[in-house]
Write a protein that binds this ligand. Structure first.
Ligand code: FAD
Ligand code: MG
Length: 320
């Protein structure tokens, strides 16, 4: 690295703005990174008729489908996160995501009886895995796997690994909410934390990290308004409605973006108090909560530094 000049490359993939930052002008490498993301999108998407995940979904209630190793391992990991007691994360949430259509054309509050009917085909234990042949079987007709809450994290980690293989020491990939960083330009990477529901790119602060992933899930990312209420895209697998608590967003700082993606959903489901209690048992996972009441609550700050930049928010920590 000769100097600290940053080159930025952008693309739109997975319905999201993708940003790659490098410390050298290397269009060819950027194209290979975007190609890698595109290949994973093609395997994992549920927004098109065909992908390996859609092959599993199309065969629901009929037969198991063998998939490639990375897809199998990701589904296995998503199932494990879904089976944690009281987990808000559910890989089998697909039928409800498709019913609400939040972030897509035709979103609206579905009739209560349709939500109840779909809840019956969202049980993670009905996703049956076979380690021997790498196959996945959805035992109930109509079941659908949706990896929207975990796939970007998985892909961000694959980009990091690829850049390491290419001897890139310093860089950053942002998959629209999932940021994975490499190296330590000028001491650390500084990641902006968005101000919820602000019309511009306003921030509530910045997060400084070294070799960490920063993942944010927010109710303001994808939502629609009906009957004077906002309906956002993180669904409560117990009720079938969007998770409704004190939170506007949760940010997780961790080594792997896969963990960050899983934990944002888990912690969103727990809320601040239970979330803080759980984080005390996990030194490797850190969080920043932003609440509707304009509180910013920080976990231990061993792995990041937070610099606030909006006086209307009150800063506290998990011990408060
Ligand atoms: P997160 O909070 O990490 O996840 C929320 C998403 O996870 C929801 O949108 C839903 O898909 C799912 N979900 C909701 N509730 C739960 C729950 N309780 N447990 C588990 N999962 C839940 N968007 C487009 O507009 N067009 C596209 O063509 C498109 N293609 C995509 C292809 C891929 C491979 C991926 C990974 C995403 C794609 N997306 C696309 C975006 C996708 O629809 C989601 O909006 C996005 O993944 C949400 O990520 P997030 O980090 O904002 O939210
Ligand atoms: Mg997530």
């Amino acid at each position: 690295m000769s100097d600290n000049r940053v080159w930025s490359y952008s693309a739109t993939l997975m319905g999201s703005p993708i940003l790659l930052k490098l410390f050298a002008n290397n269009e060819a490498l950027a194209a290979r990174v975007f190609g890698l993301i595109k290949r994973y999108e093609d395997l994992l998407t549920v927004n098109r008729a065909h992908s390996q995940v859609m092959d599993i979904n199309h065969a629901a209630g009929q037969h198991p489908v063998a998939v490639s190793r990375p897809v199998y391992e990701l589904i296995k990991c998503a199932k494990a996160a879904s089976m944690v007691q009281d987990s808000a994360f559910n890989l089998a949430i697909g039928p409800l995501v498709k019913l609400w259509r939040i972030g897509f054309k035709g979103d609206r509050v579905p009739p209560a009886d349709e939500i109840t009917a779909r809840l019956r085909i969202t049980h993670p234990q009905d996703v049956v895995l076979n380690d021997t042949d790498g196959s996945v079987f959805l035992t109930q007709p109509g079941m659908e796997i949706d990896l929207g809450a975990i796939a970007k994290g998985f892909i961000a980690d694959r980009v990091r690994d690829y850049l390491h293989q290419q001897d890139v020491r310093d860089g950053l990939i942002n998959l629209g909410g999932n940021v994975q960083t490499l190296g330590t330009p000028q001491g650390s990477w500084s990641i902006g934390l968005k101000k919820p529901f602000s019309s511009s790119d306003a921030l509530v602060g910045s997060i400084d990290v070294v070799n960490k992933s920063v993942v944010t899930s927010g109710t303001y990312e994808r939502y629609f308004e009906q009957d004077g209420k906002r309906w956002h895209h993180i669904l409560d697998p117990r009720s079938g409605y969007p998770l409704d608590n004190e939170l506007d967003s949760v940010t997780i700082i961790s080594r792997d973006s896969l963990d960050g993606d899983i934990w944002t959903t888990l912690i969103f489901g727990l809320g601040v108090e239970k979330g803080c209690a759980l984080l005390k048992q996990r030194e490797d996972i850190e969080a920043i909560f932003v609440t509707k009441n304009r509180d910013i609550i920080l976990s231990s700050q061993r792995q990041f530094r937070f610099t606030p930049c909006d006086d209307s928010y009150r800063i506290t920590d998990c011990t408060a």
